[in-house]
Structure formats: structure tokens, C-alpha cells
Design a binder for this molecule. Structure first.
Ligand code: NAD
Ligand code: TYD
Length: 338
């Protein structure tokens, strides 16, 4: 089989490329990735010859040309960081909305048999103290990132309703695992802790997130391709929920580092309080269940960041340092006890 993957040099996309070619070594994958700050060739080192990286922008490239012989598209490419979207939303609209529409249109013209859009639970907005989001919960995105993902998700719906184009949408919870950019929560806390640097927890750390290991997510995406129904949406959650503070404390415990590294810093504006997914539909229709428990998956992930010095060193290079100092170093609470 020949697949087209977008954003396959990023975190989830590169894990998916590795996952797919490990289990299907004779398949071919065309990977369109612009290699933004979040894309990293090193994420694909050692990947088998069935993979071809095409360094292009989905908002500009001739996408139909890249779809020659392709049977299925997995669309991961996006600007993905909420904090960056608060700072500057333009590129989020361009990539996440325009890029997705261009990809849908090219795939429709090429009569691609399956198009899997990787959406997110953030399209639903935030929950209070109780309840889970089902697939028919209303869209209430709160960050510019979430709003652009909601637009992409709705474009996918429109391509199914208007053209009967076989799109399937997935909405996963927060992912963790190897190859995640170190400006995201788990690698940021891990690599800071390993270097004895402060761990900046937003607000009081009371926000709740549901965490899925990226390998479980990749297995779900394969099940979506095999057994998902066109025009349907599947929530992909793990059931493992934790406050940010509990998670940071777990990281410190697993790394045997002191709690004194924690800093409570000024909160993110519009910070969603709680995400929790009802994933019963995916269990029932896809025959998929997550297999990796949070503590075991986290332990394996922390080991990966500890052991992959060269990857961490280069991912935390000059442009990361610039981002980090702008985002944290003058933030209220960061310099406490330093
Ligand atoms: P990431 O930021 O690590 O990777 C995104 C990739 O897309 C990068 O390789 C980047 O170079 C590429 N890209 C960005 N703009 C592009 C463009 N215009 N053209 C081509 N390539 C471009 O993101 P991720 O965490 O791997 O997320 C992948 C997808 O999964 C995204 O669509 C995201 O919204 C969704 N998602 C992520 C999570 C999570 O916890 N990480 C949870 C649910 C859904
Ligand atoms: P993040 O990985 O940015 O994912 P998202 O905002 O899409 O859920 O952050 C996960 C949670 O961790 C979120 O509630 C914000 C919080 N967080 C911190 O407390 N400190 C940090 O430095 C970062 C990056 C995130």
C-alpha cells in the first residue's frame, strides 16, 4: 500500500511513520513536511527505504502531484502549540485551515480511498469538574490553535457531506512519548528536571489533561483506516487523567529529582480547565483499546529523553533557547527561589 502522510517529521507523524513501516515494511510512505521549527529530520533517522520525505508547505505545494498512486492520506501537519497560537495566530490559520482545505481538495480530485484527519479534543473546549466529551459535544474552541483545528475538522465534515469524500476524523487527547518537541509539557518538564532547571507549572497546576502514549494513538489510527466508517468521528482517549501538578510530581519522582524545582508561574490566558474523552465509540467500532498505562509509558518516555542526548541537545538549540527565555524567564513566579 502507498500512504501519504503530512507532518511526518513532527512528533506524532514521525512515530506513525516508524510504527507503520515497522509493521508493514513493504509499504511506501510519501511524507510532506515543511520542516518548521517543530519538524526534525532526526525524528526519521534510520527509517526504512519505503519512506520519502518531501519538504514542502501544504498551503502551497502541488499536492495532487504527490498523490500519484496513494490509497490513503493521514493528515498530521499543523501548527500545534497553544502557547505559540496565543502569541501569533496567522500561521495557524494558514497551515491548519488553508493547508487542510488544499489537502482535502487535492485528495478529492485524486479520488483517494481514505482520508484520516488528525483533529484534537481541544475543539470541544473545556469541561468543568465532571463529565466527558462524546463525539457529538458542541464545538467551543478557546485558543486560536483549537479554533483553527475546529475549522479543519468542520471542513472535513463538509467534504463528506457535500462530495461524499471518504474522510474520517479522529480527536485524540494529549499525546506523550519519544520525539516530542521539548517546548511541550512533558519533554519540557523532563529535560528541565534532568538539567536541574525550574519546572514552570502554569497557575496552580490544577488543570486536568488526559494522556495517551503515542504508540497507542498510532495503533488507533491503523484501526481507523481498517475499520473506521467514512464520515464518522472517533474520540481517541486513554482514560488516564491527571492534573498538571500531579503529572509533574510523577515526573520528578520517576527521575528522583526534588519537588523544589517546581515554580508556579503566571497562567496561560484562556487556559482550558479540564479535558476528558468518552472513547467508547472507538472501542466498540474499531476494536481498539489503549495498552500502555500512564506510569509505565511515562517511565519509558523519560528514559528515552535521558538516553537520547544528541537529539535533546539539538532540539534545545539556539531557537529553542530564544523561545524559552521569551516565554518563561520574565514570567511571574519563574525566578522565585532562584
Ligand atoms: P508537531 O508540531 O510535533 O508536528 C507538526 C509537523 O507538521 C512538523 O513536522 C511541522 O514541520 C509540520 N508542518 C507544520 N506546518 C506545515 C505546513 N504548512 N506544511 C507541511 N508541514 C507542516 O505536532 P504533533 O504534536 O505531532 O501533532 C500532530 C497532529 O496531531 C496535529 O494535527 C495536532 O493538532 C494533532 N494532535 C496533537 C496532539 C498532541 O498531544 N500532540 C493531540 C491531539 C491531536
Ligand atoms: P501542552 O503540552 O502545551 O498541551 P495543551 O495545552 O495542548 O494541552 O500543555 C499541557 C498542559 O500543561 C496544559 O494544561 C498547559 C500545561 N503547561 C504548563 O503548566 N507549563 C508549561 O510549561 C507547559 C508547556 C504546559
Amino acid at each position: 500500500m502507498k500512504l501519504l502522510v503530512t507532518g511526518g517529521a513532527g512528533f506524532i507523524g514521525s512515530n506513525f511513520v516508524r510504527y507503520w513501516l515497522r509493521d508493514h515494511p513493504s509499504d511506501r510512505i510519501v511524507n510532506i513536511d515543511k520542516l518548521t521549527y517543530a519538524g526534525n529530520r532526526q525524528n526519521l533517522e534510520g527509517v526504512s527505504p519505503g519512506h520519502e520525505l518531501v519538504c514542502e508547505d501544504i498551503a502551497e505545494a502541488n499536492l495532487e502531484e504527490q498523490m500519484e498512486g496513494v490509497e490513503a492520506v493521514f493528515h498530521f501537519a499543523a501548527e500545534s502549540h497553544v502557547d505559540r497560537s496565543i502569541d501569533s495566530a496567522d500561521v495557524f490559520v494558514r497551515t491548519n485551515v488553508l493547508g487542510t482545505q488544499r489537502l482535502l481538495e487535492a485528495a478529492r480530485r485524486r479520488r483517494i480511498a481514505r482520508f484520516v484527519l488528525i483533529s484534537t479534543d481541544e475543539v470541544y473546549g473545556a469541561l468543568g469538574d465532571s463529565g466527558d466529551f462524546t463525539e457529538d459535544a458542541p464545538f467551543r474552541p478557546n485558543s486560536p490553535y483549537a479554533a483553527t483545528k475546529a475549522a479543519a475538522d468542520l471542513l472535513a465534515r463538509s467534504y463528506f457531506k457535500t462530495y461524499q469524500f471518504p474522510v474520517i476524523v479522529t480527536r485524540a487527547c494529549n499525546n506523550y512519548g519519544p520525539y516530542q518537541h521539548p517546548e511541550k509539557m512533558i519533554p519540557l518538564m523532563t529535560t528541565n528536571a534532568l538539567n536541574g532547571l525550574p519546572l514552570p507549572v502554569y497557575g496552580e497546576g490544577a488543570q486536568v489533561r488526559e494522556w495517551i502514549h503515542v504508540e497507542d494513538h498510532c495503533r488507533a489510527l491503523e484501526a481507523v483506516l481498517r475499520r473506521g466508517r467514512p464520515g464518522e468521528v472517533y474520540n481517541l482517549g486513554s482514560g488516564y487523567r491527571s492534573t498538571n501538578l500531579e503529572l509533574v510530581q510523577m515526573i520528578l519522582r520517576l527521575l528522583d529529582k526534588p519537588a523544589s524545582l517546581i515554580r508556579f508561574v503566571a497562567d496561560r490566558p484562556g487556559h482550558d480547565f479540564r479535558y476528558a474523552l468518552d472513547s467508547a465509540k472507538a472501542h466498540r467500532e474499531l476494536g481498539w483499546e489503549p495498552q500502555i498505562a500512564l506510569e509505565a509509558g511515562l517511565e519509558q518516555t523519560l528514559r528515552w529523553y535521558r538516553d537520547n542526548h544528541e537529539w535533546v541537545r539539538s532540539a534545545r538549540g539556539d531557537s529553542y533557547q530564544q523561545y524559552y527565555s521569551q516565554m518563561y524567564e520574565n514570567r511571574e513566579g519563574y525566578r522565585q527561589n532562584l
